[in-house]
Design a protein. Structure first.
Length: 101
């Protein structure tokens, strides 16, 4: 659906619930497309600043520790803090692509 079709559809809706459903579907679709584009850009260009014809991006690779809902896990399986620490490790790299002017 192009922007003109989307605008026509949302303008024709008179119910907030229907409008929300259409927007929610569009957001999910655009979020998935953005994820693919970010992965492609980061894999193609790597870390650093990169320019397109009209816009630029900055690709940053961050290494983070994985997070655990420790309270829920410990409660469900009777795990102590010390036992949980013995299983923590590094996670894979997180890639952020931020638009730059």
């Amino acid at each position: 659906m192009n922007m003109t079709e989307i605008t026509s559809l949302t303008e024709s809706l008179t119910n907030d619930i229907d409008t929300l459903a259409v927007f929610d579907r569009q957001i999910k679709d655009l979020t998935a497309k953005c994820k693919v584009l970010k992965e492609n850009i980061s894999n193609t260009y790597g870390e650093g600043k990169h320019r397109g014809q009209q816009y630029g991006v900055r690709v940053t690779i961050e290494n983070r520790k994985g997070s655990v809902d420790m309270e829920a896990l410990c409660k469900a399986f009777g795990i102590t803090e010390e036992q949980l620490d013995s299983f923590r490790g590094e996670s894979s790299a997180v890639i952020k692509v931020a638009s730059i002017a």
